[in-house]
Design a protein around this ligand. Structure first.
Ligand code: GAL
Length: 734
């Protein structure tokens, strides 16, 4: 039988190239996901993570082989690595974003003796490995930054399976289950495949199939099964099903050869010249690009933080699609997108540069790894098979398209380009539109995959006018997208600020292109997306102001923009009601919830006695449903500290974000507050981040990492003149 063991704890790590003979004392103990170096959140050089490091495991097998094969599976390590087991070199894997497997069977001690596994990890920006070779506007942080596991399989086993929905919108929906079986025995084998597909309401499909696999061969078999009473996966109802495949002896009895299980969902996703359709329903796609990098730990964010990013995109930002710019991302992120109904456009690693033949071969291989790894995710609706914004290369891109279509006939391909006249070999014309026209070519499925970004970088502590204009630029493109029926939608650049190379970004090597900052905390532009869903999902009012008359040109707040999904807003200064205002449908007739534009908060209306706190009340059906207040005082009221999670696992890698703010009486950050905040920790945990932290923008975050010890961790933040703030997080046995 198959068995899989997580292999993330008890690694020895050294930030240098060490021989097998190096003593364990040259290493320190770490858990995965792991970054090869912790960095400040900005103003560091990419050379700092570019080095060779060594990871080592001493282990006896968690269970005996019993005739099975044993593999070590890496989900992602940057950039290339060589694995040695008990002195045997198993070769090198090149690629930081796709999984790899090495077979250990022949070289492990199966008698309880200790095995020595060593990984030589090269985290340099190797020009022979995509995305590198040219200049790239993002950083490829080093480390074994995703999980690793040990996998036992019988010589006759399932290597992969793909569940395809067929005729889903007809009265006879089916599932085509492609099961790939490998026979590494010395004999031809006959076996039976049994499959079930079951969800919350029970069984929706099942079937069986007699198979014959010659010795040494790998074969794919298809079970074509009627799908009965299945709920289609959608944004509102992200119904998931468990597919269970049993590879059994013909005679039955005893343990089967293999049991292979995965999750999927059934939906029909189609880009057409008339727009995008999910299960036959037209949806305007509203999205943002996501880089998988985080402050301090680069790429090494654990499962919890990967999932949190999907939640932030869906719940805090309110988008319905994310593009995994510019590479395949964590399975935890994608799993969460499946669970919450967030659509995904996933693409291969790259950025403008195309290398030589060997480089292109790797890229075609990445198409294969990406599609095979992720084709059962219902959230993924499009494969990106072009190097982002690269030149045409017909032969190469015919190969990437063919590979994606061969491995997944159900999904369309896109290839993100930045020039209209580029050769169109894909199914969907995916275009980075920095001129904001949003006009599709004739009769072609069309999706805008980037806008804004470098055209208007904005920091969360930039002036009010800059932040308002940043937000309005997002509003204008979304308005154009909603106005253009034939456009499937628009995915903005980008969700979160990110660290980058010196050729890009601001003076501290951050690209301030996010609608949220690098800590995933909102700028005004975030409100544009936050107000996309209906007020029935969650009512929102956000005045895009710091509410002070000395902030803007010629004083006053003129006009005042209020982002809301309510029908109307009431605006008060102190107790005095300024008026009731409606969304600006004249300027933005197509947006679901245009911002409210209030004219008249000029200098004269704000100075003197009438300069009081601002209060905005959102109305639905004439009733108040939500409100926001902003202080007129501009003084520090409190220091706050909040953890995203109440509990962590004691696995040495689990982490949660801790957001700290200096706020007014209503809990709004003071955007120009530059106080220094320092942190103390007690209990079994480690603080990850700058400590003390000289605040900019009135808010930021550090992270709390669990150790391998359970207990309670208390973190206390302090700053001069305000009461300290504390948070306690429970760390439970993993
Ligand atoms: C695009 C590119 C993105 C990012 C963006 C900045 O051209 O595809 O990766 O660099 O510009 O606006």
């Amino acid at each position: 039988m198959r068995s899989v063991h997580p292999f993330n704890r008890g690694w020895l790590f050294a930030p240098r190239d060490l021989a097998l003979s190096a003593p364990d004392s040259a290493f320190s103990r770490v858990s995965l996901p792991h970054t090869n170096i912790e960095l400040p959140h900005h103003s560091f050089d990419n050379a700092e993570y570019q080095f060779i490091s060594t990871y080592r495991q001493r282990f006896s097998l968690p269970e005996p082989l019993n005739g099975r094969r044993l593999f070590i599976d890496f989900e992602g390590a940057m950039t290339a690595y060589t694995v040695t087991i008990n002195g045997h070199d198993l070769g090198e894997y090149r690629g930081g974003y796709t999984p790899s497997s090495f077979e250990l069977t022949q070289h492990v001690f199966d008698n309880g003796d200790e095995n020595l596994l060593q990984v030589r990890l090269d985290s340099t920006e190797r020009p022979d490995i995509p995305p590198n070779g040219g200049i790239v506007d993002y950083l490829t942080f080093g480390g074994i930054y995703r999980e690793v596991s040990l996998r036992y399989v019988e010589p006759l086993h399932v290597t992969d399976a793909f569940a395809r929905g067929i005729d889903l919108l007809t009265y006879k929906p089916r599932v085509g289950l492609d099961v790939t079986v490998t026979n590494r025995t010395a004999f031809d084998e006959n076996a039976v495949l049994y499959a079930t597909v079951a969800g919350a309401t029970g069984l929706v499909a099942d079937g069986s199939h007699q198979v014959h696999i010659p010795a040494g061969a790998t074969r794919t078999f298809t079970l074509d099964m009627p799908l009965e009473n299945a709920t289609l996966w959608s944004r509102e109802t992200p119904a998931l099903y468990t597919v269970n495949i049993c590879l059994d002896y013909v005679s039955g009895g005893g343990d089967p050869h293999d049991v292979y299980t995965f999750q999927t969902g059934f939906r029909e996703a189609k880009f057409t010249p008339e727009g995008f359709f999910l299960n036959g329903e037209k949806i305007k796609l509203v999205g943002l690009n996501r880089h998988q990098s985080y402050p301090y730990v680069g790429y090494a964010a654990p499962k919890r933080m990967q999932r949190k990013d999907a939640d932030i995109l869906k719940d805090e930002l309110g988008v319905n699609i994310v593009r995994t710019s510019h590479y395949p991302q964590s399975r935890h992120f994608l799993d969460r997108c499946d669970e919450i109904g967030l659509l995904v456009f996933e693409e291969i690693p790259g950025w403008q540069y195309i290398g030589e033949e060997d480089w292109k071969d790797l890229s075609v291989g990445y198409v294969e790894s990406m599609v095979v790894r992720d084709r059962n995710h219902p959230s993924i609706i499009l494969w990106g098979v072009r190097i982002n914004e690269s030149q045409d290369d017909e032969y190469f891109y015919r190969a990437t398209n063919a590979k994606a279509h061969e491995l997944d006939p159900t999904r369309q391909t896109g290839g993100v380009r930045n020039f209209q006249e580029s050769q169109f070999l894909e199914d969907v014309f995916t275009y980075n539109d920095f001129s904001n026209t949003v006009i599709p070519p004739n009769n072609t499925p069309y999706l805008v995959t980037e806008y804004n970004g470098h055209m208007y970088p904005t920091k969360s502590y930039d002036s009010e006018a800059q932040q308002v204009e940043h937000a309005l630029r997002h509003v204008r493109v979304q308005e154009a997208s909603f106005a253009t029926e034939a456009t499937s939608g628009a995915i903005g650049w980008c969700a979160f600020d990110y660290n980058t190379h010196r050729h890009f970004g601001a003076g501290d090597r951050i690209c301030y292109h996010g609608v949220m900052d690098i800590f995933r905390l909102p700028k005004f532009a975030a409100y544009v997306y936050e107000t996309m869903p209906d007020a029935s999902v969650r009512p929102v009012v956000r005045a895009a102001t710091v509410w002070t008359f000395g902030e803007n040109e010629a004083a006053g707040v003129e006009p005042l923009y209020i982002f809301t999904n309510c029908e109307q807003v009431e605006v008060y200064k102190g107790d005095w009601k300024w008026g009731t205002f409606s969304p600006d449908r004249e300027s933005y007739p197509h947006l679901p919830h245009p911002p409210v534009k209030v004219i008249g908060f000029s200098l004269m209306s704000m100075v003197g006695e009438s300069y009081e706190d601002l209060r905005v009340v959102g109305l639905v059906n004439g009733q108040p449903v939500v409100e926001q207040s902003l202080s007129s005082k501009g003084v520090m009221h409190a220091l706050t500290l909040q953890a995203d999670d109440e509990a962590l696992e004691a696995d040495g890698a689990d982490m949660t974000r801790m957001v700290f703010r200096i706020v007014d009486e209503y809990g709004n950050r003071l955007p120009y507050c530059t106080s220094v905040v320092s942190f103390e920790i007690s209990g079994p945990g480690v603080l990850v981040g700058e400590n003390p932290f000289p605040l900019v923008g009135g808010h930021a975050a550090i992270y709390l990492r669990a150790t391998e010890t359970a207990g309670e961790v208390t973190v206390t933040a302090r700053t001069r003149g305000l009461a300290p703030a504390s948070v306690t997080v429970r760390v439970g046995q993993a």
